[in-house]
Design a binder for this molecule. Structure first.
Ligand code: FEO
Length: 167
């Protein structure tokens, strides 16, 4: 039987992952409107990944006999100063998500729920990757600035990203 505090934290996380999808889809729209279809693709794939993360938690809650609680998804910001500012927001957001995931892992350990700890471990590792990739992109975009040739190059690189369901 999963404890209420842990069930609530997992439900909050399921909703937070859906918010992440919403946030990244809004960033995809922002890039698309600027004409950067490759960057827009990168964000659209990121949004799909977040939906997969959220749905995986939702399924886990049901498997543990808990009704997932559905919350309002807040509207993400619609505009940014620059592409670099977008990726800085990604990094700040992923750091925040890491804090939430770590809290769930700590709760699972405190409550000696080894099954839940085992489940959330995947997300702990995933956050290391998420932060690392965001840091890399912040650095790249800070170097690229407004250089049209370099923007064209990175747009072409990010166009190659494809979604694969992690579960
Ligand atoms: Fe669900 Fe961006 O981590």
């Amino acid at each position: 039987m999963i404890k209420d505090s842990l069930a609530k934290a997992l439900s909050d996380q399921f909703n937070a992952e859906y918010y992440s999808a919403y946030l990244y889809l809004s960033m995809s729209a922002y890039a698309d409107r600027l004409g950067y279809k490759g960057i827009a693709n990168w964000f659209a794939v990121q949004a799909k990944e977040e939906l997969a993360h959220g749905t995986h938690i939702y399924r886990y809650l049901l498997e543990r006999g808990v009704a997932p609680s559905f919350q309002d998804v807040k509207a993400p910001q619609a505009a940014y100063e620059s592409l670099q500012a977008v990726f800085e927001k990604v990094l700040a957001h992923e750091r925040q998500v890491t804090g939430m995931i770590n809290r769930i892992a700590s709760l699972a350990l405190d409550e000696k729920d080894h099954a839940a700890y085992d489940f959330i471990r995947w997300y702990v590792d995933e956050q290391v990757e998420e932060e690392s990739e965001a840091e890399d992109l912040v650095l790249k975009f800070s170097r690229i600035g407004d250089n049209p040739g370099l923007l064209y190059q990175i747009d072409a690189q990010l166009a190659a990203r494809r979604f694969t369901d992690p579960f």
